[in-house]
Design a protein around this ligand. Sequence first.
Ligand SMILES: *Cc1c(COP(=O)(O)O)cnc(C)c1O
Length: 376
Amino acid sequence: MQVTSFKDLNPSPRILLGPGPSMVPARVLRAMSMPLIGHLDPEFLRLMDEVQQLLRFVFQTQNELTIPVSGTGSAGMEAALCNLIEPGERVLIAINGYFGERMYEMAKRYGAKVDRLDRPWGQVFDPDEIESTLSKASYKLLALVHAETSTGARQPGIQEIAAAAHRYGTLLVLDTVTSLGGLPVEIDAWDVDIAYSGSQKNLSCPPGLAPLTVSPRARTIIRNRRTPVANWYLDLSLLDKYWGNERTYHHTAPISSNYALREGLRMVAEEGLQARFDRHQANARLLWQGLEELDLPPLVREEIRLPTLTTPQLPGTFDEAAIRRRLLDEFNLEIAGGFGPLKGKVWRIGLMGFSSRRENVTLLLAALKEVLAAAP
Ligand SMILES: *Cc1c(COP(=O)(O)O)cnc(C)c1O
């Protein structure tokens, strides 16, 4: 086929109710289409300031080093780990789902001695059990996931866990990819050392930026490293020179993605954090109720269930992939399957950011009812 005969781009109007990306409001798409300016243009430098202020607001922090890392959520994860870890240091990763597992793999690549604390997928950690593990060795950092998108579980007690870590001289790294902008994340009140997120989940921007915030405690430790960070692109002391006072070139900032993030964050600020959390919770409740009525009860118990990602249990009596395919083909609805130990056992339904709307829940439940009734 001749490349010149490729057709115009015409993506279907999908309703994105999976684990991300979520739907992007027209305002954000319009912001992305604005004229490009340079990454050192005074207008862009001003926009960088605004993005940083907006990020501090959503993270609920005063941390000066708060930036959108170029790359998706995994770039934020990698930045957190590679900047704190020096070869041979001992770190602890709490693993109760796929993203904890990813942190474990990354930490090993930076030469850490990595211990793991495991919990079955769908369960969460008890702060006491974390504290007792921290007391057994000298750990540079503890990393854990606030909102496990692979299971739908929310880790409670972050403040207690951070306090326990600090009692043992350990830093706390928190994955807030599926929590930031959808449920409370209070970096300063909880005393988290590094948190990161992704633009395409509850912030409803296209994928490509990873909001990241670093406490003064962690920043000092990074500044005083004995060895250079093994990853040049994500080296926070270099990025700090571009996003901090110096404003010197490190790599070309993804200009249009930053336009989008600024607009997405502005929408969070206009809505207000509490109103936004309430909306996510109310729409999630509606979904949970509807799923119960369809005999697809959520896997995770309600006290630790994420409003942004629900995992209904499947009875195993129908071809779940075929049902998802019909939702996509006939209703333009995207939901996701489970994976790892939950493959074939759950679906993953996201109600994140702009996707968290009552009409989306109503449509999904009606579509599921119709498609399930027709399933062989
Ligand atoms: C989506 C996600 C990531 C990874 O983000 P990418 O944007 O896919 O790189 C990391 N952690 C959690 C909890 C996530 O949900």
